[in-house]
Design a protein around this ligand. Sequence first.
Ligand code: ATP
Ligand code: MG
Length: 704
Amino acid sequence: MDATGLLDGLTERQAEAVTSTGAPLCILAGAGSGKTRVLTRRIAYRAATGSAEPRHVLALTFTRKAAAELGRRLEALGVRDRVAAGTFHALAYAQLRQWWADNDRRPPTLLERKAGMLARLAGGAGGARVQPADMAAEIEWAKARMVVPERYAEAADQAGRQPPLPATAMASLYRRYEDEKRRRGQLDFDDLILDCVSALTGDPAFAAAQRWRYRHLFVDEFQDVNPVQAALLACWRGPAPDTSTDLCVVGDPNQAIYSWNGADPSQLQLFSRREPGATVVVLDDNFRSTPQILAVAGAVISAGPGPGGVLRARRPEGPLPWIRSFDTDVDEARGIARAMRDRHRPGSAWSDLAVLTRTNAQLVAFERALGAAGIPFRVRGGGAFLSRPEVKAALAGLGPPHGPVATGLADVAMSLRTPALEPAAHLDLEDVGPVPEPDGPAAERLAVLEELVRLGHDYLAHEPDGSVAGFVAWLGATLRSEPPRASQDTVELATFHSAKGLEWPVVFLAGLERGLVPISFAKSDAARDEERRLLYVAVTRAERELHCSWARERTVGARVMKRQPSPWLEEIEAARGALAAGSAPSGPAEWRSRLAAERARLRGARGGQANNRRRGQLQVGGDADPELLAALKAWRAGAAKAGGVPAFVVFHDATLATLAEARPSNRKDLLAVPGLGPVKAERYGQALLEVLAAHPTSKSKPEA
Ligand code: ATP
Ligand code: MG
């Protein structure tokens, strides 16, 4: 494609970002505003105009998935084969291999089982409650922030960490872990970047050669860069005033979702301040999603403490988002599989559809339901259930193939409570290039094993004397009807984290429940804020349809747990309510004011007395039957007392007045009342319908 062709179909701002001669250049923009598009077009444009030769370009991103997406787009522009594109880890590893070869060093092996080594080194420190995977996660955090063992205790204290062991014991374990690893001539995943930094700083000739080779650096998703990656980037650029390397970064502060793992989103915000002469371009339109989906995204993010904001939609109107609840998680997966079947018409692609969940463990129910429905799928994130390292290790440890599976499963169930059998965080050569999946530390791996226990119980219900081999065969048949081929058109199953940077026409967000969204281990305000951004990332993956769901009951391991909807489903409901109440919006300003009114109402409901006056303004008088209104208020007083909450938390006066006017007689009509979303309909719908039915209108009152 020639240079002018590369500007086709770009907005003025986007074209400015593509052609800008600014260096360094920072492109700041919301989800779906074309950041990745601009980044890839800029690479191709500079190649076409001769200002950057593709073989001198390094394009960086964070996850394997995002790297694949970057590669796909560069390929479409005809420059993929000449540009080095990948994750920080993959590129650091490639350079290290070069350095080892140049220096006649035998390449170290990669440590496969960090948690296994830590379990041995810890030797039961901290007692049975301490999981090696938690210790591994803590060391990963420290290494991402370049905190050496000697500084660990102080840094952990400053950052408000809650390490699995007392800080000094943790620091000593970290030291022993580093020593043991070096003694064996091994590297772990984080060492790839740290050692590349050491090679570049300690060997000026090597550094100069690398800087000569890659003199144009591009970083996508810059909000998720961590300090050790920033240090590597600085090494690649060379010392500040005389660097001849140019740098272009793109990012969105609302999508920072890796700070739990050591990333530092302030790098993005501080970029222009730290970089003298940086040019900043801001993009503001969204090209991915319908206005309806953006309203939901805006409501989710604006209810948090960050900058928030509603993106301006460039796509045409679409349907309202769906919000559904199911009796159980199994029903949820089956219901979504059915909805997918309904949407799959001749000529449409399965790959238009995706299911996104907060944790990897939740995806297994979908592997099962989609397999049973004959829907082809593939799993992003930690990989398909049966290929996950902890599942493989647990299956391998179940005992001889013809032995009873019940015994081995009981051992797995026990291992969930003791550290000795905790599966290791796995790392093999195949895995170099990706970052480790970020779905929470030990909790996620444990949840995956709980799924295995649950599947085991299902199997034993069919075959009480089932063998290990029988269970493995049953799992294969249950979770995968036929393995999808690489090129096959498939539905995608992914975690919120691994969906970053990607997009699908139809997205199902499943398991929007308290304890999952936000995740239960996000205890601090900062962690909850990150969870909110994570939900925002998930919502903004959808182009045309957004389906949100939760289940009233979820089976975890052998336990059945009652569930509540995610507290943030209320924001989604508020946006839906605002959308349902209005005619087609005429522009972003109208969106903003409508959402602001809905949010004010919601916040009023939560904020208590301080907002009473504001809420008063929202009240409607209307033609409500006073007798019915009084009955509704009396019912509300009872419900509030029973729930131990103020009356307005149950329903606002305005909602009661609308109910009294509209007199809905079924669940569908109830849901049409603004302020009454599925969550409240679930909780109070039946009782409300009974109150309404007990007060027929004067016209329909039975003749005496
Ligand atoms: P994210 O923050 O989720 O990573 P992003 O800012 O990188 O999003 P892109 O993925 O580059 O956004 O773009 C979102 C979608 O909008 C893509 O399908 C892209 O092709 C499309 N798009 C971007 N700019 C335009 C444009 N000017 N005209 C038409 N489509 C566009
Ligand atoms: Mg992107």
